[in-house]
Design a binder for this molecule. Structure first.
Ligand code: FE2
Ligand code: FE2
Length: 320
C-alpha cells in the first residue's frame, strides 16, 4: 500500500517535471521520464514517418532505369538513396523510445502501421517524378519544418538534417516540371496531367481537417505537432499556386481563388472518402507496395544473418 502511494507520488512529480519542460520549450530526451501515452504517440508518428520514407522509394525507384538522361538518372538515384537514409535515420531515432526496428517492420508489413497514403498511387509517366519531387516532397517540407520544433529531441534534430536534403528533392522535381511545362505541347500536357493526379493526394498528406483529426489535440498540447493540419495545408496551397503560375499550367482545382479578406487562397473540397479508402488498403498500389517490401526484406535476410554472425564473432573474441 505504502509503495503504491510512493509510486503515485513519484509519478505525479515526474509528470509535473515533464509538463514543465514542455512548457519551457525544452526537449524531451530518451533517458527522460515521459508518460506512456506520450511515448506511444511519438512512436506512432515517428515510425509512420520512417515507413513513408522507405515505401516512398518504390514509386520513384520505378523510374530510375527509365530516366531520360544520365544527369536525371544520377539525380533521381541520389534522391531515392536520400529517402532510404531518412528512413533508417528515423528508425534509429524511434528505437530510442524502446521499440525495435523489427517490431516496426512487422507492424508495417502486417498493415498495423500506416505510411503516407500518397505512395499508394502509381507513377505513370516521367512527369510524375517531377510532380512527386515538387508536390510530395514540398508538402513533406512544410510539415517537417514545423517538426523541427517538435518536443522529442531526437525527432526534432532528425528533422533539421532531413529538411536540408528535402529542399534539394523539391527543386529537382520542380526543375523537371519546369522543363516539361516549357517543352513541346505533349510534354506540357504530361506535366499538367501529373500535377492534376498528385495535387489532391498531396493535400491529403496533411491529414484530416482539424475538427476530424483523432490525434491532433493531444499532440499539439504535448508539442509533438506544432501546427494544425489545416494551417499547414493552407500554407502549402498558398505557396503552390504561385509556383503553378510560374510553370504556366492550369490550376488543378477550379475552385482555387484568392480570398482578400483571409489573405489566403480558397480551394475546393477534398474527397475524404478517397483518402479513407486508400489509407485503409484500397488504393491502386497498396498491395504491391507491401508485397514488394516483404520480398526485399526476405531477400535481405542474409545481410542480417551476416551482421549477427559478425557480432557473435566479436563477442567471442572479446571474451577470449
Ligand atoms: Fe525524405
Ligand atoms: Fe524527399
Amino acid at each position: 500500500m505504502i509503495s503504491m502511494d510512493t509510486k503515485t507520488i513519484d509519478e505525479a512529480v515526474e509528470l509535473a517535471k515533464f509538463e514543465q519542460k514542455i512548457a519551457n520549450e525544452e526537449k524531451i530526451e530518451p533517458s527522460d521520464w515521459m508518460p506512456e501515452a506520450y511515448r506511444k504517440n511519438v512512436i506512432r508518428q515517428m515510425s509512420q514517418h520512417a515507413h513513408s520514407e522507405i515505401i516512398g522509394m518504390q514509386p520513384e525507384g520505378n523510374w530510375i532505369t527509365r530516366a531520360p538522361t544520365l544527369r536525371r538518372k544520377a539525380v533521381l538515384l541520389s534522391k531515392v538513396q536520400d529517402e532510404g537514409g531518412h528512413g533508417l535515420y528515423l528508425y534509429s531515432a524511434t528505437e530510442t523510445l524502446g521499440i525495435t526496428r523489427s517490431e516496426m517492420i512487422e507492424a508495417l508489413q502486417s498493415r498495423k502501421a500506416k505510411y503516407a497514403s500518397i505512395f499508394n498511387y502509381p507513377t505513370l509517366t516521367w512527369a510524375d517524378i517531377g510532380a512527386i519531387g515538387w508536390l510530395v516532397d514540398g508538402a513533406a517540407i512544410v510539415n517537417q519544418i514545423s517538426l523541427q520544433r517538435t518536443s522529442y529531441g531526437p525527432y526534432a534534430r532528425a528533422m533539421v538534417r532531413i529538411c536540408k536534403e528535402e529542399s534539394f528533392h523539391q527543386r529537382q522535381g520542380y526543375e523537371i516540371m519546369y522543363e516539361l511545362a516549357h517543352g513541346t505541347p505533349v510534354q506540357k500536357q504530361m506535366a499538367q496531367d501529373a500535377m492534376n493526379r498528385f495535387w489532391w493526394p498531396s493535400l491529403m498528406m496533411f491529414g484530416p481537417h482539424d475538427a476530424d483529426s483523432a490525434h491532433s489535440g493531444q499532440s499539439i498540447l504535448w508539442k509533438v505537432k506544432r501546427e494544425s493540419n489545416d494551417f499547414l495545408r493552407q500554407k502549402f496551397i498558398d505557396q503552390s499556386v504561385v509556383q503553378i503560375e510560374v510553370l504556366g499550367l492550369e490550376l488543378p482545382d477550379p475552385e482555387i481563388v484568392w480570398n482578400e479578406e483571409r489573405g489566403h487562397y480558397d480551394s475546393g473540397p477534398i474527397d475524404w472518402d478517397e483518402f479513407k479508402r486508400v489509407i485503409n488498403g484500397g488504393g491502386p498500389c497498396n498491395y504491391q507496395r507491401i508485397k514488394h517490401h516483404k520480398k526485399a526484406h526476405q531477400e535481405g535476410e542474409w545481410v542480417r544473418e551476416a551482421v549477427r554472425a559478425y557480432r557473435l564473432k566479436q563477442q567471442t573474441k572479446n571474451v577470449a
